[in-house]
Design a protein around this ligand. Structure first.
Ligand SMILES: Cc1cc2nc3c(=O)[nH]c(=O)nc-3n(C[C@H](O)[C@H](O)[C@H](O)COP(=O)(O)OP(=O)(O)OC[C@H]3O[C@@H](n4cnc5c(N)ncnc54)[C@H](O)[C@@H]3O)c2cc1C
Length: 409
């Protein structure tokens, strides 16, 4: 038996022994664990699963063990992910720090920063939020204006960030700030990290159409940020931002692997909401039958696309390990996945008919209410992490190497 086969056997046995059966089911709405100072659990099984994965170092399986990671090779990490998928294990922790900032610190941070920042992520002790977008800097992120003025041993930060997911629940933020207002816009930006409890920070939640409010606007009023919290070179933050966005898009392109409430099995819902195949059609239903057949065909086609996508993600995971610049690839995957999810919800809504119209109350099942809201949320994923149009621009430039269009005045 090869070493990797032995490793697979070990991982499978460990997961079977340590992932409680209740943690091998789709995660209900509101039951994801994000870690952080305000961490709480909804059940003993959830706590156990979190603690066991944490102690194994498997929140960040491929990070070096000295920073709290699992020390696994890329190949071993792929095996772990595959085995978790096979058993339908819930994610034990969702942490933007591990998904996005951690890999950037591993590449660009000082040894002191690695020691101070990475371990708390891998132990689920600090919840991170992302302070990139501003009211006039979303797709055109480099237009950001939040300023960080050099005061000798610290920066004084002023300005505002918007669309900060879970800004009100997070402990620390990684933020892009303007440190040189005189430089060309991409060259005067730096990446800093800051404690959300710092004096001068105000966080205001923003309501969303889906009824949930994960968004916040964050205001900085003379916030003191020690110089040691600058990541990478001063004014060199754009390079780090691009690297970080690659990690974000990679994470988003894998959302389908988690058992989030928004990720449902289309075919099993088709079975529930459509009349059984071959059922005798009465005069009353015969007119609807062709529509049902067409709907079922759309659902089957979407399920096949979804399966192809999952296989492609796995293949690309292998390929990516051998490549350095993957930003074009990540844009393709993020674009395809978020648009596919949106289309999948549209089919689901057609399947559910009036059952998709619920917002609250006991006339609808909990799942129906959750799915109607998640449908609205599916639009957001085509904007978060860079809109679909922006991904198309990146693909045109970095994958297809098309010439840039002339700017119209
Ligand atoms: C669910 C969700 C979570 C988010 N979480 C965070 C977060 O935690 N932290 C954070 O910093 N930000 C976050 N964002 C913000 C997100 O990064 C921005 O919304 C996104 O980059 C788009 O920016 P914008 O909203 O300012 O839209 P705009 O940039 O104003 O774009 C408006 C429209 O114009 C189109 N457009 C813009 N420029 C071009 C172009 N060059 N070519 C073609 N079309 C173009 C866009 O595609 C879009 O349709 C989140 C957004 C969502 C939806």
């Amino acid at each position: 038996m090869s070493t990797i086969d032995e490793f697979r056997k070990e991982v499978r046995a460990w997961l079977e022994a340590n992932c409680p059966p209740a943690m091998r089911t789709p995660t209900p709405d509101g039951a994801l664990i994000f870690g952080g100072r305000k961490l709480s659990f909804q059940s003993d099984d959830q706590r156990l699963w979190f603690e066991r994965m944490r102690d194994k170092g498997w929140f960040a399986p491929d990070w070096p063990a000295e920073y709290g990671g699992g020390g696994l090779s890329a190949e071993q990490t792929a095996v772990l992910e595959a085995e978790m998928r096979r058993l339908h294990c819930r994610p034990a922790q969702i942490n933007l720090g591990i998904w996005m900032l951690g890999p950037v610190i591993l590449e660009f941070g000082t040894e002191e920063q690695k020691q101070a920042l990475l371990k708390p992520m891998t132990r689920g002790e600090i919840r991170w939020c992302q302070g990139f977008s501003e009211p006039n800097a979303g797709s055109d992120l480099a237009s950001l204006k939040t300023s960080a003025v050099d005061q000798g041993d610290h920066f004084l930060v002023n300005g505002t960030k918007i669309w900060t997911s879970y800004g009100d629940k997070s402990d620390w933020m990684y933020a892009l700030v303007r440190t040189d207002p005189a430089a060309p816009k991409h060259q005067g930006i730096s990446l800093i990290v800051l404690d959300m409890q710092s004096p001068g920070i105000t966080v205001t939640p923003i309501d969303l159409i889906s009824g949930k409010s994960s968004f916040c606007q964050v205001f900085f009023d003379n916030v003191n940020v020690p110089k040691g919290q600058l990541i990478g070179p001063l004014h060199g933050g754009w390079t780090l931002a691009k690297a970080l966005l690659q990690h974000e898009r990679r994470a988003m392109s894998k959302f389908g692997e988690f058992s989030l409430p928004t990720h449902f099995d289309l075919m099993s819902l088709a079975e529930r909401y459509l009349p059984p195949v071959g059922a005798a059609t009465s005069a009353a239903t015969s007119a609807a039958a062709p529509a049902d057949i067409a709907l079922r065909a759309r659902a089957v086609a979407m399920s096949m696309e979804e399966h192809s996508y999952t296989l492609t993600v796995q293949r690309m995971g292998e390929e990516m390990r051998a490549r350095q610049n993957v930003s074009g690839l990540m844009s393709i995957m993020k674009l395809v996945h978020s648009e596919q999810e949106k289309d999948k919800f549209e089919i689901l809504l057609d399947l559910m008919g009036h059952r998709a119209l619920g917002w609250e109350g006991d006339e609808f099942t909990e799942q129906e209410l959750a799915l109607s809201k998640a449908w609205l949320g599916s639009f957001a994923q085509t904007i978060a992490g860079g809109s679909s149009e922006v991904q198309l621009n990146v693909i045109a430039k970095r994958v297809l190497e098309l010439p840039e269009g002339k700017q119209s005045k």
